[in-house]
Each structure stands twice: as C-alpha cells, then as structure tokens.
Design a protein. Structure first.
Length: 277
C-alpha cells in the first residue's frame, strides 16, 4: 500500500513526459516522410526514410541560421558585457543618484515590449547611418539595449552577495575597478553570467517581429525563413511538409548545442540565488 502512491506518481510523471516528447517525436517522424506517406497517415511511422527532406531544408535555412547566429552571438556578448559593468557600478561603486538610476532601470521591466515597438522602429529608421537598419546592426543594437534592464537586475542581485570586504581589500592593494571586475567579480559570477546568456539567447533566437520589420532579404534570420517556408508548405498542401519539418528539426540544433554545454552552469546559477528577489 505504501508503494502505490509512489508508483502512481511515477506513472503520472511518465505520462507527462510522453506528452511533452510527443511534439518532438511528431517533428522527427514527419521530417523523413514522403508527401504521400504524410497525406495517408500523419501520425504513423514512416515506411521509407526521405533524407532528401533534410537536404532541401538545409539549402533553405543555412544562410538564415548563419545570420541568426551572428545576430544572437553579438547581441548576447553586448548584453552581458554592458550589464556586468553596469551591475558592478550599481553594487560596488558610489556615485550621485545611484539608487534612483537603479530604480529607473528596474522600472523599465514594467513596460511591455509591444508598447515600445513602434517608437523603436521609428527611432532606428531616423538614426539610420550607412544603411545599418537593413543589416545585422539594425537588429543587434536594439537587442543589446532591450536586454539591459533584466540582465542588470539579475546581475545586481547576484553581485550583492559577493563580499564587499574582498573588493575593498583589492582596492587597498591598488587594483583598479576594471581589474576587480575582470579578475574577481566575473570569475565568481560565471554561473549567473551563463544564466543571463541562456535567458537572452532563447527569446532573441525565436524573435520574428523586429527582424521582419528591419532586415532585408540577405540578412533575414531563421524565424523569417521558417515562416516563409511554412507559407509555401501551406500553399502547396503537403508537398513541402516534410521539408518544413526537417527545417524545424535543423533549427533546433543550435539551441540544443547551447543548452548541452551551458545547462550545468545555468542550473547552478539559478540554484545559487541568481534570480532570487
């Protein structure tokens, strides 16, 4: 009798896991089906494996994947670098209006992003120089600016747990603020920095609205390419559905690689109080 509740709980967890994995299984199975096999049985197992779907999908998404990697990588590096310097200043330095400025940064989190979309678009167009609004730069700069508020808040919370005596001792020994940040604070904050990276990578990788407004054809990101391919698949019924599923599967690979390398540090950053209010 004592084992029955535990067995029931395990059964519920297994069922929930199967439900969570069903979309992935549906994606992978249909990515290797022919159009005829998909039309006859969308939920069945493939009779033959159409690896050509991946070849066709790869030709469509390879350039957008490269564009997305460039945009997300540059944006995340900019976000983490500037946010770390700002959080260090708010935590360990004394200057006029420090608390007021931090409250203003925190207040930015209360503004829905959709309210700033039109002003942001108009500002980018008006401040355009050298055609940057139609290239990666027109997307990277807004991403860096938009990711600052939450990243500063998270890093400021974590930096507050670092011993100020350690920082003061380094200053007494003649260390500059840059040296303290780079040699003491950053090495002690690797888990939370990775958490900030992961938190920013996912929404930037999946963003569609801003890239669709700003980027020209040569610089379009992966989400734009997938939406375009989906439109073609819907137009041509099931003739391109296998290619679409293969494209979705390929699009998952970069994020899977990021999570496989950073998940341990990400969980460590969360459990060490990085997001504790």
């Amino acid at each position: 009798m004592n084992r029955l509740p535990a067995a029931a709980r395990h059964l519920v967890l297994v069922l929930l896991a199967l439900l969570a994995l069903f979309p992935l299984a549906f994606l992978l199975l249909n990515s290797v089906k022919s159009e005829i096999a998909y039309s006859q049985d969308p939920l069945g197992l493939p009779v033959s494996f159409e690896w050509r779907n991946f070849a066709d999908a790869f030709e469509v998404v390879i350039r957008p994947i490269f564009n997305s990697v460039v945009v997300v990588t540059a944006s995340v590096i900019g976000i983490v670098t500037i946010a770390a310097m700002s959080a260090y200043a708010f935590t360990f330095m004394r200057f006029p209006l420090r608390r007021f400025l931090f409250v203003m940064v925190f207040a930015l989190l209360l503004i829905p992003g959709v309210l700033t979309l039109i002003p942001l678009y108009l500002q980018i167009r008006r401040l355009d120089f050298a055609g940057i609004s139609n290239t990666w730069g027109g997307l990277i700069l807004p991403y860096i600016a938009g990711g600052q508020a939450f990243s500063i808040f998270v890093l400021r919370t974590f930096f507050g747990g670092i011993s100020k005596d350690l920082v003061d001792a380094a200053r007494v020994d003649g260390a500059s603020e840059w040296h303290i940040l780079g040699k003491i604070v950053v090495p002690l904050s690797v888990p939370v920095l990775v958490s900030v990276v992961v938190i920013n990578v996912v929404p930037l990788w999946n963003d569609y609205l801003l890239p669709s407004l700003l980027l020209s054809e040569n610089y379009r990101t992966l989400t734009i390419a997938l939406v375009s391919l989906q439109g073609n698949a819907e137009t041509h019924s099931s003739s391109q559905f296998g290619t679409l599923m293969a494209a979705y599967a390929i699009a998952c690979v970069p994020l899977a690689i990021v999570f496989s390398f950073l998940m341990r540090y990400y969980v460590q950053g969360l459990t060490s109080g990085a997001l504790k209010l």
